[in-house]
Design a protein around this ligand. Structure first.
Ligand SMILES: Cc1ncc(COP(=O)(O)O)c(C=O)c1O
Length: 453
């Protein structure tokens, strides 16, 4: 077999299939053109330029509704803004009744700037600085999720200086973990207080007059697609909460974390929400039967599940190149805007995100293409051996499932390309919610007059 025939045989047809699956579920097609929120994706590219991120507001609203209908009245939703902190999305989610979970002083500022009431904000993270903790205390947010004994003492000191009492939840790193693509517990970790040290932590809180333990927080992993894993995790959280409450008295809140997944690849299926609803009912019953927990509010803090499917990264093919039997489509975007799609955001196996040619959805496939960005590294590959229609300069590719951990989790500074704009489409109207960066951004605040020696 020739080299190209071999790569043909291995070409990844699932990339287009998974794209079709996502499109069928969340978007429309007119002729052969993808519509995002009723607006032609190719027109968005023409109007706002490429590369860009486009989000469909109706999809976000639909995801909130799906989560809500899965939960009981005891539960509330705090959107984890690290998934995508665009102010317009935050406003949308706040208007849908979500609180916000933040993980830095910068995110806290964004949450407040988007109009989130402080009492609808939670703050977690293993390395909160003194300045960040002080900002959270001054803003009087709902609860700080404490990840170490040292942090407890620091919060007490800051609260005492201000004459305040601060509500904290103990984030617990359980002794065992249950599932999730990226496990964040059950092993030595910077996240949370080891379960074995809980008594020590509670002893300490008893000596700290300015902190009050109002809850517990357990977040065991992200990208969970199996309700049975959530069931195991949530039951574990209830056991831990009971143990804490036996020492502290009744808890006000139990935060069960985020982690609800979205299917990216052909072998992945969506989370079965009916099964999750059953989990919620059984957790509700468990809590109702525990005198120390029966009045506790329950929280989940999803990021990905609420916004991922709403987002499409649109990028233009700017050059087609053949090299030693392989076809490369060079695009004007890449891993500097969308690290996750290149498989470099912690993935152990690099698999292709769903990709569609948005101006020719459904066109006949014509062999295998490498889709690469403009950066000077082979890591900047967002499609490997992808079976696609024959690409031409000017085609617009849409990388689907780009609403979460895409723009916000990418190394924008690498190679100094302008950062991509964001567009929110609602009721057929597209609004630029973040402007494109400029090359001059990379010069700003630099000591241009600096002379060596
Ligand atoms: C503390 C905490 N909560 C919530 C989330 C959101 O996770 P996901 O997007 O998987 O729902 C994260 C993600 O890392 C997190 O660290």
């Amino acid at each position: 077999m020739t080299q190209s025939a071999t790569s043909e045989a291995r070409s990844d047809r699932s990339t287009v299939d998974t794209a079709q699956r996502t499109i069928r579920q969340y978007f429309d097609i007119e002729g052969e053109r993808l519509l995002i929120g009723g607006v032609c994706a190719k027109d968005l590219a023409a109007r706002f330029g490429t590369p860009l991120f486009a989000y469909d507001a109706a999809v976000v609203r639909r995801k909130v509704a799906e989560v809500r209908s899965t939960l009981s009245g005891r539960f509330s939703i705090f959107y984890s803004i690290k998934a995508n902190p665009a102010a317009a999305l935050l406003k949308l989610l706040i208007s849908e009744g979500c609180g916000l979970e933040v993980a830095s002083g910068g995110e806290l500022k964004q949450a407040l700037a988007a109009g989130c009431p402080p009492q609808m904000i939670l703050f977690a993270g293993p390395g909160k600085s003194e300045t960040e903790l002080a900002a959270a205390i001054d803003a009087r947010i709902l609860e700080i999720h404490v990840e170490s004994l040292d942090e407890l003492e620091q919060i007490n000191r800051l609260a005492s200086n201000r004459g305040q009492e601060v509500s904290v939840a103990l984030r617990v790193n359980p002794v065992d973990a249950a599932g999730g693509a990226m496990r964040m517990s059950g092993k030595p970790s910077q996240f949370g207080i080891d379960e074995e040290c809980l008594d020590q932590a509670i002893d300490l809180t008893e000596r700290l007059p300015n902190v009050r333990v109002s809850g517990v927080h357990i977040f065991m992993g992200t990208q969970i697609l199996d309700a049975a894993i959530l069931d195991e995790q949530y039951r574990r959280a209830v056991v831990i909460a009971r143990r804490v409450a036996e020492r502290t008295g009744p808890l006000r809140r139990i935060d069960f974390g985020g982690g609800w997944g979205t299917p990216y690849f052909a072998h992945e299926n969506p989370l079965d929400l009916a099964a999750v609803a059953d989990v919620i009912v059984s957790i509700d019953r468990l809590l109702a039967a525990e005198p120390l927990l029966s009045k506790a509010a329950a929280i989940i803090e999803p990021g990905r599940f609420l916004v991922n499917e709403a987002g499409v990264y649109l990028t233009e093919v700017i050059r087609i190149k053949e090299s030693r039997g392989k076809r490369f489509a060079i695009i004007d975007g890449g891993m500097h805007h969308h690290l996750a799609a290149s498989g470099n955001l912690g993935q152990t196996i690099k698999r292709n995100y769903p990709i569609a040619v948005v101006n020719r959805v459904g066109a006949a496939l014509a062999g295998s293409t490498e889709i690469v960005g403009p950066l000077c590294t082979p890591l900047d590959t967002v499609g490997r051996n992808v079976a696609l229609p024959a690409l031409r300069n000017g085609d617009i590719l849409g990388i689907l499932l780009s609403g979460a951990y895409a723009r916000s989790a990418s190394p924008h500074g690498f190679l100094s390309h302008p950062s991509p704009p964001e567009v929110l489409v609602e009721n057929g109207i597209a609004s630029e919610i973040r402007a494109r960066g400029a090359v001059e951004d990379f010069l700003r605040d630099q000591a241009l007059e600096y002379e060596n020696g």
